[in-house]
Unconditional design. Sequence first.
Length: 96
Amino acid sequence: MLHTTTAALLLLNAGVALWRLHRGPTSADRMLAAQLVTTSSIAVLLLLGAELEQPALVDVALLFGLLAAVATANFVTRTWTLLHEETGSREEASRD
């Protein structure tokens, strides 16, 4: 019962994060919201896996964690590259 109640609260938390994911306003806000959804989903899967005694749910939670780490690394790499390109173009423009 306690696991189910906690899982329901975490799903409510993920719902709020989905609202932030939809509203934005920046890509960093959206990425943080996506990470919150993923973290909440992992916690829900772990709680339900313990409640229902289903070890497969733990495996799915581990997979979500791996995908979240890859998504974060991709976001940071992409953002860093875009910021570096913008800075480089400004420096070249100021030399003229």
